[in-house]
Design a protein around this ligand. Structure first.
Ligand code: SF4
Ligand code: FES
Length: 197
């Protein structure tokens, strides 16, 4: 693995090729907030809470650091006023979906996010995909999947598999940041596959 150097928040940082900006920053002790990141899973880029600014010449762009590759000579700013504002708005949107989520409330406190700024959304799944990806990548059970797209997108259990696998597993309950998956499981069990047990 090749050693590379980049600049994060004005500091020269050494990283390994193949690492993301998020990993390079973490290795250098630079904190970037994250919600849908999990160290056992492939990065996903769903929540954008880990947004940072990368600068090339006079241009800059905002990227999700958990999926953006670190590269030689890259200049990254993780905590500018613009980035803090972007995170604050994202967190305010997440709060409308999951007002009781402790990880999101902690982020809201850190960023001064206002829970009442956007109208309430009845769903409290934040679509981070941790449950689906954990079930697929770690458990290799494929008992969960996403259905539909855009605003209709949601997580659902695959009844044929979930009826066999989920009752004895339930590991995704502990990594869901909003507790939605537990409620979803109870509902799915009652409505679709509970009678097959
Ligand atoms: S149910 Fe929880 S873990 Fe699954 S996608 Fe929604 S918020 Fe993420
Ligand atoms: S932690 Fe990077 S997009 Fe969610």
């Amino acid at each position: 693995m090749e050693e590379i150097k980049l600049t994060i928040d004005g500091r020269e940082v050494t990283a390994q090729s193949g690492q993301t900006v998020f990993q390079a920053a973490a290795a250098a002790g630079i904190h970037i907030p994250a919600l849908c990141f999990h160290e056992q899973l492939e990065p996903y880029g769903g929540c954008r809470v880990c947004s940072v600014e990368v600068v090339t010449g006079s241009r800059s762009k905002v990227v999700a650091s958990c999926v953006y590759p670190a590269s030689n000579g890259l200049v990254v700013n993780t905590n500018t006023e613009k980035i803090r504002h972007i995170r604050k708005v994202l967190i305010e949107l997440l709060l409308t979906k999951a007002p009781a989520s402790k990880p999101i409330r902690d982020l809201a406190e850190e960023y001064g996010a206002d829970a009442a700024r956007f109208s309430h959304d009845a769903s409290f799944c934040v679509l981070c995909g941790l449950c689906v990806r954990y079930c697929t990548e770690v458990k290799k059970a494929n008992a969960l999947c996403f259905i539909s797209r855009g605003t209709q997108r949601e997580v659902t259990f695959v009844p044929e598999i979930a009826s066999r696998e989920c009752e004895k597993c339930q590991q995704c309950f502990d990594i869901c940041p909003t507790n939605f998956i537990r409620a979803n499981f109870e509902m799915a069990k009652a409505l679709t596959f509970g009678t097959e047990e």
